[in-house]
Design a protein. Structure first.
Length: 312
């Protein structure tokens, strides 16, 4: 039964996930509370702003930090994206700063009134993008997952629960992942949300080991829209599928191709085939082995042909 559900999920995902037309990024650096945190959070937001704006003509980048990081400004910015984005555009929301959790409700700390996880979810629900990614790097961010999760939306949290309340280092390594080509494990010139998550999670664990400190944060994600947050991808539940096929940032040759009108369609075909291959891996347990091998071989051969065209 589980295998059949997984197969159905993967088929629906393929049908609903054409190559993206564009990508909208909204980064919000919330209230620091202390000069050190204020500087740190603003610096990371500015770093992301510069990186994402340089990523290509398809990127629409909005960044709020310092005095701009208010609930009103955040509501206005997400409302603007809701009017501009199309269903085929991807959407990424990155939250940097402090969060709180009272056992029932998560809140993202902003200048002035805070914003709750439920309010954030409502704002994102109005954005028509079929594929969404929310990266909540704040303290207590695990408490936001339940409010934010939705089919077609992947949610990453720096902490596994709302009770992990210390300032996080996960955010530092999430930003680093988007700068570091080694995060691209499959060498397809793009960094997926799953690759960035695994990079940041691995680096976070290494940080606490090097400091000989007990880890006070354990990053999790949920991307089926109906489950509990998990620490690792699993093909039997479908967890990790959306993250694996969600390109956060193109790099190298893929970034150049995205900005070349003559190669843009080929790049879209390449990414479509890569999504198909990733989906087949999640379908494998529910498929006849011969059918799996046949479809995988056909997709790999077509991918090689398309890559050859891109390389010319």
């Amino acid at each position: 039964m589980r295998a059949a559900v997984c197969l159905c999920f993967a088929a629906l995902f393929l049908a609903a996930a054409p190559a993206r037309a564009g990508i909208y990024y909204v980064t919000v650096s919330g209230l620091g509370g202390e000069p050190d945190y204020e500087q740190r959070f603003t610096a990371m937001a500015n770093d992301l702003d510069k990186l994402l704006k340089a990523s290509g003509s398809e990127a629409h980048v909005y960044t709020l930090s310092g005095a701009q990081a208010t609930r009103g400004q955040m509501t206005e910015t997400l409302g603007r994206v809701a009017k501009q984005a199309k269903p085929e555009d991807d959407f990424v929301l990155i939250l940097i700063g402090h969060g709180s959790f009272d056992g029932v409700e998560y809140k993202f700390n902003l200048v002035g009134p805070d914003i709750s996880g439920a309010e954030l979810a409502s704002l994102c629900d109005h954005i028509p993008s079929r594929r969404q990614l929310i990266v909540n790097t704040t303290s207590a961010s695990g408490g936001s997952v339940g409010a934010l999760e939705k089919p077609g939306r992947a949610v990453i949290a720096a902490t596994k629960t709302g009770t992990e309340k210390n300032a996080t280092v996960f955010v530092r390594y999430w930003v680093e992942a988007l700068h570091d080509p080694t995060a691209d494990l499959d060498k397809n010139d793009s960094i997926s949300a799953l690759e960035a998550f695994e990079y940041a999670d691995r680096k976070t664990a290494a940080f606490y080991d090097s400091q000989k400190r007990l880890a006070t944060e354990h990053a999790v994600f949920e991307d089926t829209g109906k489950g509990q947050p998990v620490r690792a991808a699993a093909t039997d539940t479908g967890e990790g599928h959306l993250l694996a096929t969600f390109t956060v940032l193109r790099i190298g040759a893929a970034q150049l191709a995205a900005n070349d009108p003559a190669k843009r369609d080929l790049l879209a075909k390449k990414e479509e085939l890569e999504q198909k291959i990733d989906t087949l891996k999640y379908q494998k347990a529910a498929m006849e082995q011969e059918d799996y091998k046949k479809q995988l071989t056909e997709a790999l051969l077509e991918l090689a042909r398309v890559q050859g065209e891109l390389d010319k």
